[in-house]
Design a protein around this ligand. Structure first.
Ligand SMILES: [Zn+2]
Length: 65
């Protein structure tokens, strides 16, 4: 089964389970990353992860998300 991009359940920093997962990963020295829905770059910045889009694509404003 191929994962979709963005996935059915996008990372949501306001969701307790997602926030806990992120905190857990950081505590162990990992960073959660998502793929930009436009250019497929891997994103680790919190805002980019939440938006599933990188800063460059967000600036371009093409609302694909
Ligand atoms: Zn992008």
């Amino acid at each position: 089964m191929r994962p979709t991009n963005p996935p059915d359940h996008a990372y949501d920093p306001d969701l307790r389970a997602d926030a806990d997962l992120d905190a857990e990963a950081r505590a162990r020295g990992y960073r959660l990353a998502v793929q930009c829905t436009s250019c497929k770059q891997w994103l680790v910045n919190a805002r980019s992860v939440a938006a599933h889009r990188g800063p460059v694509c967000r600036r371009k404003g093409d609302n694909v998300a």
